[in-house]
Design a protein around this ligand. Structure first.
Ligand code: CMC
Length: 378
């Protein structure tokens, strides 16, 4: 029997048909439901983008208002969930806390009837509604601070900053975070979305599927890169050190965080937009020397590795932006999760519409016909 060829990391192998988003990696194009990301980041906002991803088209004003109203009550965490958050160890990473508390949200929410479109939507709205409060609450608990009750009048972005810092954010900070949420909301069949769909395919709830996706996003090759980019920029210690630092990394054959992508072979379009956002934020809130280091790093890495298709990805500038918003470094990846929840849930719904259990094959490389040896004879 001939074996099928193994494609490491399933690179380029379609895992589903999907109409949610599209990437052209050579030209650096990304669209959600056919609309280019640049148009959405300039003109739309996160809640509208969520609706778009879930429904396939832009909402009318009435639809959007209704959607926002339905999300509001879900921002508030139920008493048992708050108790759970307050009982979490303070030593862990916020992504671990998020993964655990997302699964717990499922335990304190009504059961999901997968055959009912209304019940499926209700569960998705509960996940999306709670996400920001959950992340902020886990972080405040970790810092030993009291939890802040969500404000239903605020947008997802503003409410997140409010629950995290206990202060209402100014307009520019809200707009910048909202735009970052739009940029990270969806990105075809990446590792965490695939994880979400695999779990969804066993016909389980969005709480467990999103919890699995959070676990997948945590790793440094995926969403976990954003906090490492910032630490990397800090450790370089200034623009003048960049060249020697890159030489050392390359000689050690170590990866440079915030560069490279499985699909993009040019600069990630989201990195362009995040760079613009950083610029806007610096105009009102002052610049940071890390930005100069980042620009020099981009110049040198692109010069050395650009011919191999290695350019800045979405994580390269996001950390600089979040740091300027006053967000602790460990919370960068949870923000990615907050945003990507929209895409994960769109995929959960799409998977539920025409489900087939994921059960790939493998190429067996182990021994055959081995016999059990009793302990005394080994
Ligand atoms: N720095 C230096 N070399 C790199 C980098 C990098 N950032 N990325 C890829 N390469 C090299 C790699 O060493 C390998 O070289 P060789 O062929 O000589 O062994 C070659 O390029 C192929 O690398 P790969 O890791 O097999 O390729 P991939 O398609 O799996 O890479 C990636 C995608 C994102 C895992 C990788 O580029 C990487 O690890 N980047 C750093 C981490 C990072 O920034 N991740 C965020 C990804 S974007 C946000 C998201 O969607 O989560």
């Amino acid at each position: 029997m001939t074996h099928p060829e193994l494609i490491p990391g399933l690179a380029g192998i379609p895992a589903a048909e999907s109409s949610i988003s599209f990437i052209n990696g050579l030209e650096g194009l990304l669209s959600y439901r056919g609309i280019r990301i640049e148009e959405l980041s300039a003109q739309s906002h996160y809640e509208e983008v969520c609706w778009l991803l879930w429904n396939g088209e832009l909402p009318t004003q009435a639809q959007l208002d209704q959607f926002k109203l339905r999300l509001r009550p879900h921002r508030e965490l139920n008493a048992d969930l708050k108790k759970f958050v307050r009982g979490l160890p303070q030593s862990g990473h916020p992504m671990e806390a998020l993964q655990a508390s997302m699964a717990t949200l499922g335990m304190v929410s009504p059961g999901v009837d997968l055959k009912s479109a209304d019940s499926r939507l209700d569960a998705c709205e509960r996940v999306l509604g709670a996400m920001g409060t959950l992340i902020a609450s886990c972080e405040r608990h970790r810092q030993g601070l009291d939890l802040v009750e969500p404000d239903p009048e605020l947008s997802v972005a503003a409410n997140f900053l409010y629950c995290l810092n206990g202060e209402r954010p100014d307009e520019i900070k809200t707009r910048v975070l909202d735009c970052a949420l739009v940029l990270h909301a969806e990105h075809t069949m990446n590792a965490s979305t695939f994880a979400c769909r695999v779990v969804a395919s066993t016909e389980t709830s969005p709480y467990t599927a999103v919890s699995a996706a959070v676990g997948s996003l945590f790793g440094p090759l995926h969403g976990g890169a954003n906090e490492r980019v910032l630490r990397q920029l800090e450790s370089i210690g200034g623009k003048e050190n960049v060249e020697a630092w890159v030489d050392k990394k390359m000689a050690a054959k170590e990866k440079i965080m915030g560069f490279g992508h499985r699909v993009y072979k040019t600069k990630d379009p989201r990195a362009h937009d995040l760079q613009k956002l950083a610029g806007q934020l610096f105009e009102t809130h002052g610049s940071t020397p890390l930005y100069d280091t980042a620009l020099e790093l981009e110049r040198i890495v692109t010069d050395r590795l650009g011919d191999r298709g290695i350019y800045p990805n979405v994580d390269f500038f996001s950390g600089i932006v979040y740091q300027k918003l006053g967000i602790p470094t460990d919370v960068f990846t949870p923000i990615f999760a907050l945003s990507r929840t929209a895409g994960w849930l769109a995929h959960w719904m799409e998977q539920m519409e025409d489900n087939k259990l994921f059960r790939p094959g493998q190429i067996y490389t182990g021994r055959k016909d081995v016999h059990y040896v009793p302990m005394a004879q080994r």
